[in-house]
Ligand binder design. Structure first.
Ligand SMILES: CC(C)(COP(=O)(O)OP(=O)(O)OC[C@H]1O[C@@H](n2cnc3c(N)ncnc32)[C@H](O)[C@@H]1OP(=O)(O)O)[C@@H](O)C(=O)NCCC(=O)NCCS
Length: 173
């Protein structure tokens, strides 16, 4: 088994697997154009024979924050190490980008505790909330746990106010 950055031809597998688990809210639904547009965020796991086993994405908000999204393995691949390998690769990618904090929302916190994530207040992650939660039908009935790894961000860049300036202050202190 190996993990590698996704390429556009992986988009169909990625899209199908994510959406197979979006009906019950395990994963956020992603449209095919959205997967294609963001394919460079994705890492895929595959068998030695090149069979697709799973995927995960790292979304960059800025140097203050990245988010692990859409991490999933096929039913046949579960429990064989692909999920852990994908998560480690995404964390290494965040490190390579010098991102301070990696966040995610999940229903299975125990899996992520193993990799250094801890529970966080969702209000401490305003970029994530603005990007997804404000458009989510379960905004006021959310059953996901917010988690973070690394120091919580002191700035946010999304939202109605002009916060880009605070990001620039970090980049050019
Ligand atoms: C979560 C998921 C990606 C894990 O992938 P996986 O390939 O089965 O996980 P691994 O085999 O790499 O497991 C790594 C370790 O995590 C543990 N683990 C796996 N799933 C776990 C879970 N749900 N809760 C707690 N621990 C878990 C394994 O026991 C293993 O521990 P070990 O190293 O001590 O043996 C996979 O179960 C999945 O696709 N779930 C459905 C989608 C989902 O819920 N994604 C998360 C959205 S935030």
């Amino acid at each position: 088994m190996r993990v590698r950055k996704a390429k556009l031809p992986d988009a169909a597998n990625v899209h199908e697997l994510i959406n197979s688990l979006s009906g019950d809210g395990t994963l956020l639904r992603r449209s095919f154009p959205e997967v294609c547009e963001n394919i460079r965020d994705f890492t895929v796991a595959e068998s030695d024979a090149g069979i697709f086993l799973g995927c995960g994405a790292l979304h960059l908000y800025g140097p203050h924050l990245a988010e692990v999204r859409s991490i999933v393995v096929t039913p046949a691949a579960k429990g064989k190490g692909a999920g852990g390998k994908l998560l480690k690769a995404l964390l290494e990618e965040a490190e390579a980008h010098s991102v301070a904090c990696v966040c995610l929302f999940t229903r299975i916190p125990d899996f992520f505790f193993r990799y250094g994530f801890r529970q966080a207040e969702r209000t401490a992650l305003p970029d994530k909330v603005y990007k997804d939660c404000t458009k989510c039908p379960r905004l006021h009935a959310c059953d996901e746990i917010a988690m973070a790894r690394g120091p919580l961000p002191r700035v946010a860049v999304l939202g109605p106010t002009q916060m880009e300036e605070s990001l620039l202050n970090i980049l050019q202190p």
